[in-house]
Design a protein around this ligand. Sequence first.
Ligand code: SF4
Ligand code: SF4
Length: 422
Amino acid sequence: MGLEQYKGDMAMCCRCSCCKFIPMQRVSGLQYANVCPSIAKYEFHAYSGGGRMNIGTAMLSEEGLPYTDKLLDIIYNCQMCGACGVSCNYAMDMEVQEPINEIRIKAVQDGQTNPALEKVIRNLRKEGSMVPARGKRGAWASGLKLKNAAKEKVDVLYHVGCLTSYDPEMQKLARAAAKILQKAGVDFGIAGDSETCCGGRAYQMGYEKDFLNQAKKNMAMVRKCGARTVVTTCADGYQAFKVLYDKYKMKGDLEVLHISEYIDRLLQEGRLKLRKKVDLSVTYHDPCRLGRMGEPWIHWEGKKIPGDRFVFDPPKQYRRGSNGIYEPPRNVLKSIAGVKLTEMTRIREYSWCCGAGGGVNESNPEFAKWTAKERIDEAVSTGAEAIVTACPWCEKTFNEAIGETGSSLKVYDIVELVENAL
Ligand code: SF4
Ligand code: SF4
């Protein structure tokens, strides 16, 4: 791929700064108008999507752009959340998130790595996990009598993900998801100790080769177990299988569903019934990689006709974030008797990131927590008792932020509420 192919897109940037905010007509006040955590925290244009377009342009110029500590600070203090691209694309036809990814990839290829991210990647190469392995990867499933997809054929492969597999506080999500699928009579299995990282976070960190390596291993597992569908409870895993594997033409006709989509389908088909009342007022957080970044990849093939910038023949279709997964998790919440949903200001494709993306959780945990606190504040402003999300990384980051703020807001993953309602 490469940064070079986005030269024309980056040249389109007119420095309007729309990538810093949700679209003007959605702004209801000074609070919660920002959409980019990086510019909101660091308050200097270079940290915004537009600033990054200027950086990419300078990197490709004849003079080049030398790597300095400041430049690397800008490159690595970005959650790769895609919000800038969606806000820009409200009015503009140009790629923003793709060149930002490519700047990261270029930095890694040029040896300009971040020490904290290097450590994570060393662990990935050794243990196949983005978090340190604690015991066996499939230990969470002990006693559940699940099919082992590494040895048996299954219709559906449940890809659990690194954090949910190994983090003792997150394993409850895997158990809840497995119980829901069992209850609905789905023929599914897990790869257990043979499961390996989806590679999505390695990609966000700029490690394209490591991502591709993981993608190959995962698609080999899919072929081996014969699954036609992969289900994930992690938004990163969802985006990796559904969007990134497709972008690199590795997905084929595999169906990829987030558990919230699958539960929504099972409810509609009458295969799952939610009988118990759960009295709780909630607000729902759209994870970046389930929402705007989870939008299907659009392949474009044609001619780039050179000119001042580029003309695409046939015209290129842009991903604007509106085709992410927004309704299924809301449908599921509305199906639970007693749950009252109140929305925040920044939702759907304009959702504010939880802070954990792009390796920021590892390279700058304070920035990750600062970002999460802003979301907690927004959730509290709705008057809800709890924030519900659909990704273990969000739940973990929110809990850490709440631990520091002393807020009484509760955090749940959608599978926990469904499990309670079964
Ligand atoms: S990236 Fe898009 S929204 Fe941001 S300054 Fe450039 S043109 Fe404007
Ligand atoms: S990807 Fe997210 S954090 Fe990075 S510049 Fe864009 S909006 Fe800001």
